[in-house]
Design a protein around this ligand. Structure first.
Ligand SMILES: Nc1ncnc2c1ncn2[C@@H]1O[C@H](COP(=O)(O)OP(=O)(O)OP(=O)(O)O)[C@@H](O)[C@H]1O
Length: 230
Protein backbone atom coordinates (compact mmCIF):
# COMPACT_ATOMS: atom_id res chain seq x y z
CA UNK A 1 0.00 0.00 0.00
CA UNK A 2 1.13 3.53 -0.82
CA UNK A 3 0.32 5.97 1.97
CA UNK A 4 0.69 9.74 1.95
CA UNK A 5 0.39 10.76 5.56
CA UNK A 6 -0.43 14.44 6.17
CA UNK A 7 1.72 15.59 3.26
CA UNK A 8 2.20 19.20 2.24
CA UNK A 9 4.12 19.63 -1.01
CA UNK A 10 5.39 22.99 -2.24
CA UNK A 11 6.15 24.10 -5.77
CA UNK A 12 7.27 27.74 -5.70
CA UNK A 13 4.46 29.60 -3.97
CA UNK A 14 2.03 26.80 -4.69
CA UNK A 15 1.20 24.33 -1.94
CA UNK A 16 -0.66 21.00 -2.22
CA UNK A 17 -2.07 18.87 0.61
CA UNK A 18 -2.24 15.10 0.21
CA UNK A 19 -3.47 12.57 2.74
CA UNK A 20 -4.62 9.30 1.21
CA UNK A 21 -3.76 5.65 0.64
CA UNK A 22 -3.66 3.51 -2.49
CA UNK A 23 -3.96 -0.29 -2.39
CA UNK A 24 -1.02 -2.23 -3.87
CA UNK A 25 -1.84 -3.37 -7.41
CA UNK A 26 -4.49 -0.68 -7.94
CA UNK A 27 -4.65 1.45 -11.10
CA UNK A 28 -5.32 5.07 -10.23
CA UNK A 29 -5.90 8.04 -12.54
CA UNK A 30 -5.00 11.55 -11.37
CA UNK A 31 -7.18 14.21 -12.89
CA UNK A 32 -7.86 17.90 -12.31
CA UNK A 33 -7.57 21.40 -13.75
CA UNK A 34 -4.37 22.69 -15.33
CA UNK A 35 -1.98 23.98 -12.66
CA UNK A 36 -3.86 22.16 -9.87
CA UNK A 37 -0.79 20.17 -8.84
CA UNK A 38 -1.03 16.75 -10.56
CA UNK A 39 2.61 16.72 -11.66
CA UNK A 40 3.66 18.18 -8.31
CA UNK A 41 2.01 15.21 -6.57
CA UNK A 42 3.78 12.63 -8.77
CA UNK A 43 7.11 14.44 -8.38
CA UNK A 44 6.80 14.29 -4.59
CA UNK A 45 6.00 10.56 -4.63
CA UNK A 46 8.92 9.97 -7.01
CA UNK A 47 11.27 11.98 -4.79
CA UNK A 48 11.98 14.88 -7.16
CA UNK A 49 10.27 17.29 -4.78
CA UNK A 50 10.74 17.48 -1.00
CA UNK A 51 7.83 17.42 1.42
CA UNK A 52 7.24 20.50 3.55
CA UNK A 53 5.29 18.31 5.95
CA UNK A 54 4.21 14.67 6.26
CA UNK A 55 5.56 11.27 5.25
CA UNK A 56 5.20 8.79 2.39
CA UNK A 57 5.15 5.04 3.07
CA UNK A 58 5.22 2.05 0.75
CA UNK A 59 4.16 -1.22 2.40
CA UNK A 60 4.79 0.32 5.81
CA UNK A 61 8.31 1.49 4.92
CA UNK A 62 9.09 5.19 5.02
CA UNK A 63 10.20 6.12 1.49
CA UNK A 64 9.98 9.91 1.63
CA UNK A 65 13.58 10.19 2.86
CA UNK A 66 14.93 8.00 0.05
CA UNK A 67 16.61 9.36 -3.09
CA UNK A 68 14.47 8.96 -6.26
CA UNK A 69 16.49 5.99 -7.57
CA UNK A 70 16.06 4.11 -4.29
CA UNK A 71 12.25 4.32 -4.27
CA UNK A 72 10.26 1.27 -5.41
CA UNK A 73 8.94 3.05 -8.49
CA UNK A 74 9.60 4.00 -12.07
CA UNK A 75 8.33 7.19 -13.70
CA UNK A 76 7.53 7.91 -17.31
CA UNK A 77 7.23 11.51 -18.45
CA UNK A 78 5.30 13.05 -21.31
CA UNK A 79 7.96 12.92 -24.02
CA UNK A 80 9.46 9.57 -23.00
CA UNK A 81 12.96 11.13 -22.80
CA UNK A 82 14.65 8.76 -25.26
CA UNK A 83 18.27 9.50 -26.13
CA UNK A 84 18.33 10.18 -29.89
CA UNK A 85 21.94 9.03 -30.42
CA UNK A 86 21.37 5.63 -28.78
CA UNK A 87 19.65 2.59 -30.28
CA UNK A 88 16.36 1.24 -28.98
CA UNK A 89 18.19 -1.54 -27.12
CA UNK A 90 20.67 0.89 -25.59
CA UNK A 91 17.85 3.20 -24.48
CA UNK A 92 16.10 0.30 -22.76
CA UNK A 93 19.38 -0.89 -21.22
CA UNK A 94 19.66 2.42 -19.40
CA UNK A 95 16.67 1.33 -17.32
CA UNK A 96 18.91 -1.38 -15.87
CA UNK A 97 22.38 0.18 -15.83
CA UNK A 98 23.40 3.79 -16.22
CA UNK A 99 26.52 2.75 -18.17
CA UNK A 100 24.47 0.44 -20.39
CA UNK A 101 26.87 -2.52 -19.85
CA UNK A 102 24.65 -5.51 -19.24
CA UNK A 103 25.16 -9.08 -18.06
CA UNK A 104 23.80 -11.93 -20.18
CA UNK A 105 20.71 -12.16 -17.96
CA UNK A 106 20.12 -8.43 -18.26
CA UNK A 107 20.40 -8.67 -22.05
CA UNK A 108 17.66 -11.29 -22.10
CA UNK A 109 15.61 -9.01 -19.86
CA UNK A 110 15.90 -6.27 -22.49
CA UNK A 111 14.89 -8.69 -25.28
CA UNK A 112 11.93 -9.84 -23.20
CA UNK A 113 10.78 -6.24 -22.66
CA UNK A 114 11.17 -5.51 -26.41
CA UNK A 115 9.02 -8.52 -27.12
CA UNK A 116 6.37 -7.48 -24.56
CA UNK A 117 5.95 -4.10 -26.24
CA UNK A 118 5.93 -5.75 -29.69
CA UNK A 119 9.19 -4.23 -30.90
CA UNK A 120 11.25 -7.40 -31.39
CA UNK A 121 13.65 -6.95 -34.28
CA UNK A 122 13.76 -3.15 -33.96
CA UNK A 123 16.38 -3.03 -31.20
CA UNK A 124 19.09 -1.66 -33.51
CA UNK A 125 17.09 1.32 -34.68
CA UNK A 126 17.50 4.87 -33.41
CA UNK A 127 14.38 6.60 -31.98
CA UNK A 128 14.10 8.86 -35.06
CA UNK A 129 13.61 5.73 -37.19
CA UNK A 130 10.48 4.81 -35.23
CA UNK A 131 6.90 6.08 -35.28
CA UNK A 132 5.55 8.07 -32.31
CA UNK A 133 3.70 5.02 -30.99
CA UNK A 134 6.81 2.85 -31.29
CA UNK A 135 8.86 5.48 -29.43
CA UNK A 136 6.31 5.42 -26.61
CA UNK A 137 6.64 1.66 -26.44
CA UNK A 138 10.43 1.94 -26.13
CA UNK A 139 9.99 4.34 -23.21
CA UNK A 140 7.53 1.89 -21.65
CA UNK A 141 9.98 -1.00 -22.13
CA UNK A 142 12.65 1.04 -20.36
CA UNK A 143 10.50 1.37 -17.24
CA UNK A 144 9.36 -2.26 -17.52
CA UNK A 145 12.89 -3.65 -17.20
CA UNK A 146 13.24 -1.83 -13.90
CA UNK A 147 10.57 -4.14 -12.43
CA UNK A 148 9.51 -1.64 -9.79
CA UNK A 149 6.39 -2.04 -7.68
CA UNK A 150 4.88 1.28 -8.75
CA UNK A 151 4.63 2.94 -12.13
CA UNK A 152 4.06 6.71 -12.30
CA UNK A 153 2.91 8.05 -15.66
CA UNK A 154 2.67 11.79 -16.30
CA UNK A 155 0.57 12.06 -19.46
CA UNK A 156 2.98 9.80 -21.30
CA UNK A 157 0.81 9.24 -24.37
CA UNK A 158 -0.66 12.73 -24.75
CA UNK A 159 1.11 13.27 -28.09
CA UNK A 160 -0.42 10.15 -29.65
CA UNK A 161 -3.68 10.05 -31.58
CA UNK A 162 -6.76 8.59 -29.86
CA UNK A 163 -6.45 5.07 -31.35
CA UNK A 164 -2.74 4.75 -30.58
CA UNK A 165 -3.26 6.15 -27.09
CA UNK A 166 -6.00 3.60 -26.41
CA UNK A 167 -3.67 0.85 -27.69
CA UNK A 168 -0.89 2.00 -25.34
CA UNK A 169 -3.25 2.18 -22.38
CA UNK A 170 -4.45 -1.36 -23.07
CA UNK A 171 -0.85 -2.50 -23.32
CA UNK A 172 -0.04 -0.85 -19.98
CA UNK A 173 -3.14 -2.35 -18.37
CA UNK A 174 -2.17 -5.84 -19.58
CA UNK A 175 1.40 -5.50 -18.31
CA UNK A 176 0.22 -4.22 -14.93
CA UNK A 177 -2.09 -7.18 -14.47
CA UNK A 178 0.76 -9.57 -15.31
CA UNK A 179 3.16 -7.99 -12.83
CA UNK A 180 0.82 -6.71 -10.09
CA UNK A 181 2.33 -3.23 -10.45
CA UNK A 182 0.53 -0.27 -8.88
CA UNK A 183 -0.22 2.51 -11.38
CA UNK A 184 -0.63 6.25 -10.79
CA UNK A 185 -1.37 8.04 -14.06
CA UNK A 186 -1.89 11.76 -14.65
CA UNK A 187 -4.25 12.44 -17.51
CA UNK A 188 -6.34 15.30 -18.87
CA UNK A 189 -8.68 12.90 -20.59
CA UNK A 190 -11.57 11.37 -18.61
CA UNK A 191 -11.69 8.59 -21.22
CA UNK A 192 -8.17 7.51 -20.18
CA UNK A 193 -9.29 7.28 -16.57
CA UNK A 194 -12.38 5.28 -17.50
CA UNK A 195 -10.33 2.98 -19.74
CA UNK A 196 -7.60 1.99 -17.33
CA UNK A 197 -8.31 3.13 -13.77
CA UNK A 198 -10.91 1.77 -11.36
CA UNK A 199 -10.20 4.68 -9.05
CA UNK A 200 -9.38 8.34 -9.61
CA UNK A 201 -7.68 10.97 -7.47
CA UNK A 202 -9.08 14.44 -8.08
CA UNK A 203 -6.48 17.18 -7.62
CA UNK A 204 -8.21 20.53 -7.14
CA UNK A 205 -8.47 23.36 -4.64
CA UNK A 206 -4.87 22.79 -3.45
CA UNK A 207 -5.70 19.24 -2.38
CA UNK A 208 -5.16 15.73 -3.72
CA UNK A 209 -8.43 14.02 -2.76
CA UNK A 210 -8.47 10.36 -1.73
CA UNK A 211 -9.10 7.90 -4.60
CA UNK A 212 -12.77 7.51 -5.51
CA UNK A 213 -14.35 5.00 -7.89
CA UNK A 214 -13.76 6.44 -11.38
CA UNK A 215 -17.23 5.82 -12.73
CA UNK A 216 -18.90 7.28 -9.63
CA UNK A 217 -16.69 10.37 -9.70
CA UNK A 218 -17.43 11.18 -13.35
CA UNK A 219 -21.12 10.39 -13.01
CA UNK A 220 -21.41 12.57 -9.87
CA UNK A 221 -18.66 15.19 -10.27
CA UNK A 222 -18.02 17.61 -7.40
CA UNK A 223 -18.12 21.32 -8.43
CA UNK A 224 -14.36 21.60 -9.09
CA UNK A 225 -14.45 18.59 -11.43
CA UNK A 226 -17.70 19.75 -13.06
CA UNK A 227 -16.10 23.12 -13.89
CA UNK A 228 -13.06 21.37 -15.31
CA UNK A 229 -15.05 18.93 -17.43
CA UNK A 230 -17.16 21.83 -18.76
N1 LIG B 1 8.81 25.97 -11.96
C1 LIG B 1 7.85 26.46 -11.16
N2 LIG B 1 8.10 27.49 -10.35
C2 LIG B 1 7.16 28.00 -9.53
N3 LIG B 1 5.91 27.49 -9.44
C3 LIG B 1 5.61 26.45 -10.22
C4 LIG B 1 6.55 25.87 -11.12
N4 LIG B 1 5.95 24.85 -11.76
C5 LIG B 1 4.69 24.80 -11.29
N5 LIG B 1 4.49 25.75 -10.37
C6 LIG B 1 3.24 25.99 -9.61
O1 LIG B 1 2.75 24.74 -9.16
C7 LIG B 1 1.37 24.62 -9.49
C8 LIG B 1 1.10 23.17 -9.86
O2 LIG B 1 1.78 22.83 -11.06
P1 LIG B 1 1.69 21.39 -11.69
O3 LIG B 1 2.59 21.36 -12.88
O4 LIG B 1 1.88 20.38 -10.64
O5 LIG B 1 0.15 21.34 -12.15
P2 LIG B 1 -0.59 20.28 -13.08
O6 LIG B 1 -1.89 20.00 -12.44
O7 LIG B 1 0.31 19.14 -13.36
O8 LIG B 1 -0.79 21.16 -14.38
P3 LIG B 1 -0.96 20.74 -15.92
O9 LIG B 1 -2.20 19.94 -16.00
O10 LIG B 1 -1.12 22.07 -16.61
O11 LIG B 1 0.28 20.01 -16.33
C9 LIG B 1 1.12 25.58 -10.63
O12 LIG B 1 -0.17 26.16 -10.54
C10 LIG B 1 2.17 26.65 -10.43
O13 LIG B 1 1.62 27.67 -9.62
Amino acid sequence: MLKLDGCVIENGKFSLRADFAVEAGASIAIIGPSGAGKSTLLEAIAGFRDLKQGKIFWDGYLISKLAPGKRPLAMLFQDGNLFPHLTVEQNISLGLRSNGRLSIDERSEVQFALDRVALSGLGDRKPAELSGGQQSRVALARVLVQRRQMLLLDEPFAALGPALKAEMLDLVAGLLTETGTTLLMVSHDPQDARRIACQTILVADEKAHPPAPTRYLFDNPPPSLRDYLG
